[in-house]
Design a protein around this ligand. Structure first.
Ligand code: GAP
Length: 524
């Protein structure tokens, strides 16, 4: 183990620097029309958020990039798109009906319900991951905690199941109860037989899905971080049960990659996270299964390649007592949010838990025939990369959000930018508008181009900077004479002249990072 890193509570603001708050990010997203409260005309609806025109483009780009990296560019992972309401037995078999709950405290006086672990975290500033009801009750009594709303006494903690219930069909009885899925994963397990047979993949292979999930969170908070309806991008990666210790994708380069890890021991001893290689983490039995190491590296690098700063990312090992009911081991990828280090990605070793459960409850054979041993085996999910789309969105926005002296700029990577280019005539008159329209029309088949004539050029640049548009094109009087334009770079604000004939190809090369802005044209 090497290099101790920062403390685990702060948000990274340097002395004298005003730290960013989640309220500021929420207000920025609202003012730019990216994300706003659902049903706002009725006062909003806690835990539900709608994405506006720019937001939906960014969100779709996140999903597109993930699908491209983890499904389309791989031969060993296939995708599905299942329903959000499934047969209720799925959730009995999976253990969610029994165990998918959070600890809840109710006020004796005003009946307000509060999430127990959040109240303890907020009051005592300690981590409560995996806390039991007994521990909650002891802490509540010891520290004389009261209802945050009216100061009344709190009743004993109890479990609150997070699944949304509904009824299927015209008659509402106990037997018509169904659940909105709280994770996309179970649909993959329920469809396993079909997908395994139809795709004719040999172990090891993965099944991926992107889709909505619903959790009746006791206290949704921190903007998109904890909502009641969100999207997940998940892979169940199935491995031969005798081969969970071998992963041929784990190359030397991956093993030697350094990452910041907050180990179980460091959490128990209240010490810091530290930087180590995946190899060191495996040699020290911190990461116990090579598939976890491999997929952690892939997901971590996906974030870094799309622009998240490494200093804002770390891996956190789950402590034994906080493991979910299905998990043999688990890591989170955490992001340094304005409210502290929090999970953006969960990566569990689910072993053969789910397939075994579904075999028992459905009485269907979910095993795979192993050609080598000529025996049937139940595959193990050696790694389940589980990524929340909305938490990824939030992390990308926070990381890109930059306040400069005279402007607010969203330094999003070009892949995620909602608009790729803004096209502006300097003036509306003298044929400049028509020329700009011609340029815009020529580009929009190849990239998302935005045409704007309203306000000064400075104002138009500022609007593009704020929503992360990487390039702007200005058509001026020289354009009419020389058939070239001014191309402006969002991050540096530098400008170059580019012939209109070369503009499309230049922009495409810039967007795909084939060239840098310095090589895009003649400096001015
Ligand atoms: N299938 C495993 C699973 O669902 P999880 O850690 O409960 O694991 C995975 O969730 C990811 O889903 C989280 O890392 C987070 O990104 C996202 N997520 C979970 N609950 C969420 C919520 N209430 N609001 C927004 N995103 C959430």
């Amino acid at each position: 183990m090497t290099d101790k890193t920062t403390d685990n509570k702060t948000t990274g603001a340097k002395d004298g620097e005003k730290s960013l708050t989640i309220a500021e990010i929420a207000s920025f997203c609202k003012s730019t029309g990216m994300v706003f409260p659902n049903s706002e005309i009725y006062g909003g609806f806690a835990g539900f958020w709608d994405y506006g025109p720019r937001g939906v483009e960014i969100k779709n780009a996140i999903k597109r990039e993930w699908w491209k990296t983890f499904v389309q560019e791989r031969d060993d992972i296939v995708g599905i798109d299942g329903t959000t309401i499934t047969h209720p037995k799925v959730w009995i078999a999976s253990g969610h009906v029994e165990s998918f709950s959070d600890p809840l405290l109710e006020c004796e006086k005003c009946k307000q319900r509060t999430r127990a672990d959040h109240l303890i975290e907020d009051t005592l500033k300690i981590s409560t991951d995996g806390i039991s009801l007994d521990e909650v009750n002891k802490l509540v009594r010891k520290h004389n905690m009261k209802c945050p709303s009216c100061g009344g006494a709190l009743l004993d903690a109890r479990k609150f199941n997070l699944m949304f219930k509904t009824h299927v069909g015209p008659v509402e009885t106990d037997s018509s109860v169904a659940y909105l899925r709280p994770e996309t994963a179970q649909v993959i397990f329920a469809d396993f037989r079909q997908v395994a047979d139809i795709s004719r993949l040999k172990l090891p292979f993965g099944i991926a899905q992107i889709g909505r999930a619903y959790r009746n969170e006791i206290s949704p908070r921190d903007f998109l971080f904890r909502s009641r309806e969100f999207e997940q991008m998940e892979i169940e990666y199935f491995v031969h049960p005798d081969k969970t210790g071998e992963c041929s994708y784990l190359t030397k380069d991956i093993l030697m990659q350094k990452v910041r890890i907050y180990t179980e021991v460091a959490q128990q001893e209240s010490t810091d996270d530290c930087v180590m290689t995946f190899k060191e983490a495996m040699d020290e039995s911190i990461i116990k299964n090579p598939w976890l190491a491999y997929f952690l590296s892939q997901q971590y690098n996906w974030f870094v390649n799309l622009g998240i700063k490494e200093e804002n990312l770390r891996l956190r090992q789950h402590r034994e007592e906080e493991l979910a009911h299905y998990a043999k081991g688990c890591f989170d990828i955490e992001y340094k949010f304005p409210f502290g280090w929090k999970e953006i990605h969960g990566m569990a070793d689910r072993s053969a838990f789910d397939l075994t459960q579904h075999m028992a409850y459905s009485k269907k054979d979910l095993s795979i025939f192993d050609e080598e041993t000529k025996k049937k085996v139940i595959p193990c999910v050696a790694a389940e990369p589980s990524q929340g789309v909305d938490r990824a969105f939030l992390a990308f926005i926070i990381d890109a959000y930059t306040k400069e002296e005279e402007r607010t700029v969203l330094k999003l990577s070009s892949e995620l930018a909602p608009l790729k280019v803004g096209v502006f005539p300097l003036m509306k008159k003298d044929g400049l508008k028509e020329k700009a329209e011609e340029v815009h029309n020529g580009l929009k088949k190849y990239m998302v181009s935005f045409f704007d004539v309203a306000g000064s050029i400075g104002k138009r640049y500022a609007r593009m900077d704020e929503i992360g548009c990487p390039y702007c094109v200005t058509i001026d009087y020289d354009t009419l004479e020389k058939d070239d334009i001014t191309l402006r770079d969002r991050d540096s604000t530098k400008q170059v002249r580019v012939p209109i004939a070369d503009l499309k190809i230049t922009l495409l090369k810039l967007l795909s990072k084939e060239i840098t802005f310095g090589d895009a044209g003649k400096s001015i």
